[in-house]
Each structure stands twice: as C-alpha cells, then as structure tokens.
Design a protein around this ligand. Structure first.
Ligand SMILES: Nc1nc2c(ncn2[C@@H]2O[C@H](COP(=O)(O)OP(=O)(O)O)[C@@H](O)[C@H]2O)c(=O)[nH]1
Ligand SMILES: [Mg+2]
Length: 337
C-alpha cells in the first residue's frame, strides 16, 4: 500500500533531515507524527518516528539506568562553526587528541575503554571554534545504545585510527558495520563536494561526512603512505590527514580542513555609525544570505529586515543589498530594520 505522504509531511521531514539541534529535531519529529497520514501504508514509518522520538527524548535527559533516568546527556546542541564527533576503535588516541585540541581534561589511558560518555569541547581555529565531541570507542564488544542518536547532531566526524596497530583494518571495518546497523553511514562527501546524498525513501539513514585521521604518525616512517594503503585495504575513500600529538604534527591542518570542507563563512556584524565587531564573527555556510545572518543575530530580525550594507571582498564599501544577497567569508554587515 502506498504511503501517499502529503507535501506538509514531506516538508517537515526534509526540515528534520537538515536539523542538527536535538531539541529542534524532537519538535520536527513530533510534527512529522502529527502530519503523517494515518493508514496501513504508513504503519512502519509511524513506528520509526515514534521510536526516534523516544530515543531523542532520552538522549536529552541522559541514558536510562536500571529503569530510572539519569547519567550524563548523550546528545548536544551544536555550538560554534560546526559539531565534529571523534569516532574510532579503542586506544587510537581520540581522547588525547580531544584534550590537545580543546584543552579538555577527558580521560586518556594506555588501556581501552577509558572514555564512557560523550564529552564536548571547543577547538579554536582562526577567530572561530569547532565543537569536538569525544566518544567511547566503537567495537562489537561494548555496544553503545545511544551512539546513533548522538552522531545525528554532528556536521562531520573524525574517524581516528592507529595505523601501527596490527588489527587496525578489522577494527575500522567493525566500526563501519556497527554504525551502519545504527543507520549511520560514514561518507567521503563533504559540503565542499556538493554534500552527502541520502536515501530519499529512508529519512532515518544518516550520512556523516568523514575525515580519516591517522594518529601516532611519530611511530611511522611514511604515515601518508600508510593511510593510502589503509584506504585500499578497506575500500574507503575518505579525505585523510596524518597527525602526531607527540611530535605536534598535522594538528593545524585539522581546523583548516574542517573550515574548507564545511564551507564556513565568517561574517562580522556592525551597528550603524559604529565600528564593526571584529572579535566575534557569526558563522554561516557558503551560499547563505543576509536573511540567514539576520536570523542568527536575532530571532525576530529576519522579519523586520529592510536592507543591509556590506563591506567585503565581493561588494563595494557600504553597498546596499537585499535579504537574498549571498555573503562571503570576511564580510562586514550592517543590518537595517
Ligand atoms: N606515540 C604516540 N602515542 C599517542 C599519540 N596520541 C595518543 N597516544 C597514546 O595512545 C594511547 C591511547 O590514547 P587515548 O587518547 O586514551 O585513546 P582513545 O581510546 O582513542 O581515546 C595513550 O597511551 C596515548 O598516550 C601520539 O600522537 N603518539
Ligand atoms: Mg578515549
């Protein structure tokens, strides 16, 4: 029996697929459930939506333990220029990397499964920051019930591997399988490649842009060659970087790669008659407009917006522009209400 989904339902579903904030996703899931035509042909989809609602609700309050709610939260509202999850097998250096890049004090150790719960932190890059989420190792021995849901708020992930470890290839293939079973597909496509392609018939399969990170490069004579061989053996085509915490190698490239691949655009706001605030840019994505900046500055600004003035690389100084004007990195904007 065909599902015969209505345009209103489809629009809620496509908003859900784009949403990153768990609270926003929860609202959109409820809207999907309200709007979905209630008949036999949508039984499966209705059940999927209900179980998603349960999952996201629980993730916001912490995982259930012994029937009662409690424990740390397992999903996070994205902050900064993008949310990036640290994914990988045990002992590859995820927490060490997280601590080095964010200044966090997440536990690290020479034994597996030191990290139990997700740990957010901010990683500065230029005058912005990315949110890095450290995660427990992914393996088939220690299932993590909330992992699929936690990853859904991410804009991308770092797949952290230790190429010096003899079982590296098998372990990473297991990570990919475990995630696929949770409907999370690690994808080599980033927004800079035109974005990931989802399955139009399955709103709950999630494609996560992935950057492969080969750690402990201090132990290898040719870490880039190792990564190339690794991709051949696994059939993966992720963009990759070799790094070492011990030798401070390749660390800056992580921020700049994320910046480019996510197509981050920094925009500086300015009040009329005042100098621009060059300390704290707003972060948008390539192709976003004055209207989307206004929404970021204040919820009600977009509605009352009359025009804007722009100082930047693709406009003459103080140029008047409308709400559909596309912003570029480094633009200074004055919003007129
Ligand atoms: N030689 C070397 N060891 C590292 C590097 N990064 C992490 N390690 C070590 O790898 C082990 C596992 O690190 P940890 O961050 O706890 O791994 P996680 O399980 O992936 O979070 C620790 O003993 C770290 O000191 C590195 O760049 N070089
Ligand atoms: Mg760890």
């Amino acid at each position: 029996m065909p599902a015969n989904l209505t345009p209103a339902y489809k629009s809620a579903e496509s908003a859900y697929k784009k949403a990153r904030d768990p609270k926003e996703r929860l609202e959109l899931l409820r809207e999907m459930l309200r709007l979905i035509p209630k008949h036999k042909g949508t039984d499966h989809l209705q059940a999927d939506i209900k179980s998603k609602i349960k999952e996201v609700t629980e993730s916001l309050t912490g995982p259930k333990k012994g029937g009662s709610k409690g424990g740390p939260p397992t999903s996070f509202r994205p902050e900064g220029a993008g949310q990036i999850a640290l994914v990988g097998p045990p002992n590859t250096g995820k927490s060490t990397l997280h601590a080095r890049l964010t200044g966090s004090h997440t536990e690290t150790g020479p034994y597996p499964f030191t990290t139990q719960f997700p740990q957010p932190g901010m990683m500065p890059h230029l005058d912005i920051a990315f949110q890095l989420i450290d995660l427990p190792p992914i393996s088939d021995q220690h299932p993590i019930p909330w992992i699929g849901n936690t990853l859904q708020s991410a804009n991308g992930c770092l797949l952290v591997v230790d190429l010096g470890h003899p079982e590296c290839v098998e372990e990473v293939l297991t990570v990919l399988e475990v995630l696929a079973a949770k409907k999370v597909v690690l994808s080599e496509r980033w927004p800079s490649d035109g974005g990931t392609v989802g399955d139009p018939d399955d709103p709950f399969t999630f494609h996560l842009p992935t950057l492969l990170i080969g750690t402990k490069a201090d132990r290898s004579s040719d870490p880039d060659a190792d990564l190339e061989v690794f991709e051949e053996l696994t059939g993966c085509r992720f963009p990759y970087l070799a790094i070492s915490i011990e030798h401070e190698l390749g660390l800056d490239a992580i921020g700049s790669t994320l910046f480019d691949r996510l197509e981050v655009v920094r925009v500086y706001s300015k009040a009329p008659g005042k100098p621009p605030d060059l300390d704290k840019p707003f972060t948008l994505r390539k192709g976003q407009t004055v209207e989307q900046l206004a929404e970021l500055v204040h919820r009600d600004f977009a509605a009352g917006l009359q025009f804007a003035r722009v100082w930047g690389a693709t406009s003459f100084d103080g140029q008047h522009v409308g709400r559909d004007h596309v912003l570029v990195d480094g633009d200074v904007i004055e919003l007129h209400m």
